[in-house]
Structure formats: C-alpha cells, structure tokens
Design a protein around this ligand. Sequence first.
Ligand code: GUN
Length: 278
Amino acid sequence: MIIDWKKIAKEMYEKIKDEILITWKKLRLQAILVWNNSSSLRYISQKRKWAEYVWIDFKLEHLDESITEEALLGKIEEYNKDSNTTWILVQLPLPSHIDTKKVINLINPKKDVDWFHSENQWKILLWDDTWLFPCTPAWVMEIFNYLWLDLTWKLVTVIGRSNIVWKPLVAMLINSWATTICCNSKTKKIEEFTKISDIVICAAWSPGLLTLDMINSKTVVIDVWFTVVNDKIYWDVKFDEINNNWNMITPVPGWVWALTVANLMSNILKADRIQNEK
Ligand code: GUN
C-alpha cells in the first residue's frame, strides 16, 4: 500500500508560493553541480522546476567534472562573499577526487540550506537552536506526522551510514523518543532487527536489501533512496513484493522526491525569515 505524497507535496508548494508572493521578495538559491550522474541531473532538474514554480530565483553553476578541489573551494568562497547569494547548495555526491567534507564545511553555515555543515549537523544532535533540518530526514519525519504515528514506544530500524540522511535522521528519531536501532548494509542477521520493528527506514544505497520475508505484516517501510544503473532504477527495498502486501511503503523517486525538494524550498523560506529576525 503506497503512502501517496502527491497531495501533501502539492499543498506544500502552493503554501510556499503564496508566502513568497506575499513578500514579493525574490529569494535566490545558488546550486553547484559537479558530477553529472543521471540521478544528480534528475535531482537538479527537479530543484530548478519547483524553485521556479514557487518563484525562487534558481541559479545553477554547472562545473566540469574534472575541476580541481582547490578551484571548487575557490568558487564556494566567492559565493560566500557575494551578498546577492543568500543560499548555497552543492549537489552531492561529488567526484571521488574531491573531499566532500572540506567542500560542505567551507559553505558559510548561515547560507547552508541543506543543513549539512558540521556546525549545523551538531545542532541537530544536541537539539540546540536547530532552525532547519536536512530535507530528506525532514520528509521522513513528516510521514510520521501525516500518519499520526507517535514515535514514543515505537521500535525503528534505520539502515544506512550516510552523513546527509542516515546520521541526522537517527538524531531526529532519538530526539523524538523513538527506540532506534542503527544498522548498516553489513549488519549481521539484519532481519532479526527488521522483523521486530514497527518502522524500517532504508537509506543504504544497497539495491534489494530489504525483502518481504524480513519484515512483519505491520511494518511501515520507508524507502529513502534508490540506485540508478544504466537508466534503470533499483530500490533499497524489493518494492513490488512489499507493495503487493499490506505494508505501507513510500514510492521513490516520484512524489516523495518532490517532497524532498519541497522541504528545500521550505528551508529557504524559513531561513530567510529567521535571518531577518536576527
Ligand atoms: N544528493 C542527494 N540528496 C541531496 C540533498 O538533499 N542535497 C544535496 N545537496 N545533494 C543531495
């Protein structure tokens, strides 16, 4: 049974658009794309489409994949200094010759709409003045709100290891009183954890990791990501077999992806408001 986010995402976009149009202020998002893999290209085109829809000025600097780390860091410094560039986003992943951590941590944390800078991630862990959340973990938490799922007493297994989804999501779950089991794609007998869980969240970039026999009949399955190989999509969960059962499941990329992008636009709006208050 699919958790359909079409309506929610659409409502979010309409609300953001109305709020932006009322202020009549053109907010600008500067995106930087370095690695041209098909997933990042599709993702960036969604970001452009929806930014334009809600009247955000979307600027894309599409760099050559062979750019040196030094040159990329130089670009970030330029955008940090430019007062017209209020928000910066570097599309991940980056090519392997570039140190992602260095790049992300050079972005001025106040211009970091993804909320990936380690100073901002630290705020999530400490639950300390964190006024934004990374977009993907944010929509996962919204699903629980939408389903009226109180996370207190719930057993949640989160499979992954990434800094941009898994780690902030674990922090957000812990802070919401969920009993949280942290697994990764190498965890032994992972089914012993997933089978007893109320909720299983897959963010492992590991195609076909979760199968129907690894969950119980009531488990809510949140599939966060997928892998594209030769233009074919492979999910972390065996989507068809789980979807044909009674378990609730999220369809990616589809509208859930649109929801990630909606959260990005919402972050821009929130960040603008908060910066004006400060
Ligand atoms: N790559 C996959 N997800 C994201 C995201 O939320 N932000 C950025 N910048 N890159 C990504």
